[in-house]
Design a protein around this ligand. Structure first.
Ligand code: 1CP
Length: 355
């Protein structure tokens, strides 16, 4: 929004990624990709094997820095995203979290006031200190022109894992809890919201230049619940961050929010909106134009697997539609493991105008 420009102008410096947030959009947009570090890269798989458990990797600054930098070395993206996971917050609160090879996260589900009472916000700073150390070392190691993005999961999305004990197709455990006992569920969301504010603040203090809030399951809530569980907690996080660090852009990624995305942009106070694959280019243009936020997105990750003419055609369409608007090129969701690394190189060339 126009009243955000003066504060965000200060920090863009030479970092191309920050320019759209300062309304200094250049001819070619900045590019980074959600989940740009990960299993599609052989050098990631090598470090992952050495690390032992996935959480050990998240909490080992030396290894986490290495996998954060791998995609920057290979592709020269305009931003790095610190290597961690959205589920380090429940882990830090004291919920047992593990990652089962090939199956994803497993948590001891929380479902009652007694379960909540066992979670302890006072554990969070010490448990997450290694992530802050990773941020510090990444900022030191990165080329000056590459921005560093810190992140957390949005309270709603993190709560769906905490309540369900795993990634679920319909987020039923959290939705049912929210319907049956909204005040009890609110205590869980509040706990995660406060921990997330501390977590993001710690990442900025350690050197993060921008932040992203991943609300991967925002789309599972009906209209009647969306404001309470998606908009309100996100607004609280953005407000707290802005009070402390007005010059650090915050991007929200309300995946699946569809027609509610513009309301989300307006009411949460985010500077940028991550657009999922389902949003039309018309909607993205309206977000970046009328709504006054930076639009980020929204190439289908499977086009990056397919490659070839289909990839090129769509990339050119997106670039043409967003020309001149505040825009960051990204996918509409994370890179999938079967992505051929050479297709990522081709994408970067296309966006940089060398294709
Ligand atoms: O063994 C492995 O290598 C596990 C794969 C993996 C990776 C590479 C997981 C497990 N997490 C991560 C890192 C990660 N996760 C990053 C940093 C790397 C980068 O972006 O380059 C980030 C930003 C995340 C965010 C994340 N984790 C989200 C939000 C984004 C999204 O994809 O929707 C979510 C929902 C998670 C939970 C999670 N962690 C891991 C998996 C497999 C999942 C998804 C489980 C499910 O499908 O429900």
């Amino acid at each position: 929004m126009s009243d955000k420009q003066p504060t965000l102008l200060g920090r863009s410096g030479g970092r191309r990624f920050l320019k759209p947030f300062a309304r200094q959009q250049e001819q070619r947009p900045p590019i980074w990709l959600m989940r740009q570090a990960g299993r599609y890269l052989p050098e990631y798989r090598e470090v992952r094997t050495r690390a032992g458990s996935f959480l050990d990797l998240c909490y080992s600054p030396e290894l986490a820095v290495e996998v954060t930098l791998q995609p920057i070395r290979r592709y020269g993206f305009d931003a790095a995203i610190v290597f961690s996971d959205i589920l380090v917050v429940p882990d830090a609160l004291g919920q047992a979290v593990s990652f089962v090879e090939g199956e994803g996260p497993r948590l001891d589900p929380v479902s009652s006031a007694a379960d909540l009472a066992r979670l302890d916000p006072l554990r969070v700073p010490a448990r997450l200190a290694p992530v802050y150390e990773t941020v510090r070392r990444c900022r030191e190691a990165l080329p000056a022109e590459v921005a560093l993005i810190g992140f957390c999961g949005a309270p709603w999305t993190v709560a769906t894992y905490m309540a369900g004990g795993r990634g679920t197709p319909d987020q039923a455990a959290a939705r049912l809890w929210a319907y049956r006992d909204p005040n009890g569920f609110d205590r869980l969301v509040e706990l995660v919201t406060s921990a997330s504010i501390d977590y993001l603040t710690g990442q900025v203090a350690a050197g993060a230049d921008a932040l992203q809030i991943f609300d991967s399951w925002a789309g599972s809530l009906p209209d009647s619940e969306f404001d309470r569980w998606v908009v309100a907690p996100t607004r609280r996080i953005v407000g707290a961050l802005k009070a402390r660090h007005p010059d650090v852009p915050v991007i929200g990624f309300p995946r699946g929010a569809g027609e509610k995305t513009a309301r989300y942009a307006r009411e949460t106070g985010v500077d940028g909106v991550g657009c999922d694959t389902s949003l039309s280019l018309g909607t993205m243009k309206a977000l970046a134009g009328t709504e006054g936020v930076v639009a980020q997105g929204n190439l289908d990750p499977l086009l990056l697997v397919a490659g070839g003419a289909a990839l090129e055609t769509r990339v050119r369409q997106i670039l043409a539609a967003m020309q001149g608007l505040p825009f960051v090129f990204n996918l509409g969701h994370g890179i999938v493991p079967q992505t051929p690394p050479e297709h990522v190189a081709r994408l970067v060339d296309l966006v940089r105008g060398q294709g």
